[in-house]
Design a protein around this ligand. Structure first.
Ligand SMILES: Nc1ncnc2c1ncn2[C@@H]1O[C@H](COP(=O)(O)OP(=O)(O)O)[C@@H](O)[C@H]1O
Ligand SMILES: Nc1ccn([C@@H]2O[C@H](COP(=O)(O)OP(=O)(O)O)[C@@H](O)[C@H]2O)c(=O)n1
Length: 228
């Protein structure tokens, strides 16, 4: 079976990482959550006091961009946790505040260039499933399988709310919905690598699909692309 690159892009909280992780596990591929990388940069800015509600200190961030080390290491359950300069930040990066900051730092060209460079290095040997916003358009335009995942904003907000509630976090639906819509809007309208469907991407709307149904669709597409 030939090794390929699988690029999964789409809107916030629609299930990209759920399907990407599942496929990577089954195929024995590396899985990379590029959103976690933008979230780690966001957390780094917050920790250093470089991000307020209205501004990002882009000058300081640019000076330090090469000192930000992001790694993924398996935890006791075998899932990859995100590390920022040696610290496990997997839980910290999943807040709405960090998500919002991620969508703001991701508009900066020098941030995107550095993270894209690292992502391309991770995929040189193929055998990788990567999810994000620009994987099929910018990071791996030659990816053999490209998916553009979507679902209605209300369904996506409810899924994210359920996930946060399961972790014991108290957030309200309107707050999560506003966060999802604001990030979608910023992702689609930014000048640098805006979120858009690659011309050769396959669109999957999973609003009415279960996790296993969406994985089955992906599994079938993957099998077709990896036939020798
Ligand atoms: N088809 C689905 N039906 C219901 N919930 C789903 C489905 N796919 C994913 N989820 C859940 O939705 C939430 C967001 O999924 P996630 O994979 O983190 O999205 P993304 O990577 O696009 O942000 C998670 O809690 C996940 O378990
Ligand atoms: N390849 C990527 C991945 C994420 N991002 C940005 O990073 C933010 C967080 O990404 P994420 O994938 O963790 O977000 P969710 O879909 O999990 O809510 C997004 O809102 C995007 O603005 C990006 O610009 N490019």
């Amino acid at each position: 079976m030939k090794k390929i690159v699988v690029a999964i892009d789409g809107f916030s909280s629609c299930g990209k990482s759920t399907m990407a992780k599942e496929l990577a596990r089954e195929a024995g591929y590396i899985y990379v959550d590029t959103g976690a990388m933008y979230r780690a940069v966001s957390l780094y800015c917050i920790q250093n006091g470089w991000m307020t509600d209205s501004e990002i200190n882009a000058e300081e961030l640019e000076k330090h961009i090469h000192s930000i080390r992001i790694e993924f290491k398996p935890n006791a359950e075998g899932k990859a946790d995100t590390y920022l300069n040696g610290q496990n930040v997997e839980n910290e990066i999943r807040t709405l505040e960090v998500a919002n900051g991620a969508s703001r730092v991701s508009t900066l060209g020098f941030v995107r260039r550095e993270l894209v460079r690292q992502q391309q290095l991770m995929g040189v040997e193929k055998g990788i499933v990567m999810d994000g916003r620009d994987i099929g358009t910018v990071v791996f335009p030659q990816a053999e399988l490209k998916i553009f995942l979507t679902a209605s904003p209300e369904i996506r907000a409810q899924r994210r709310l359920d996930e946060m509630a399961a972790k014991g976090e108290k957030v309200d639906f309107e707050e999560v919905l506003a966060n999802v819509k604001e990030r979608d809007e910023r992702d689609q309208t930014r000048a640098e690598s805006p979120l858009r469907k690659a011309d050769d991407a396959i669109v999957i709307d999973n609003s009415a699909l279960s996790r296993s149904e969406q994985t089955e669709i992906l599994r079938t597409l993957f099998a077709e692309k990896t036939l020798d």
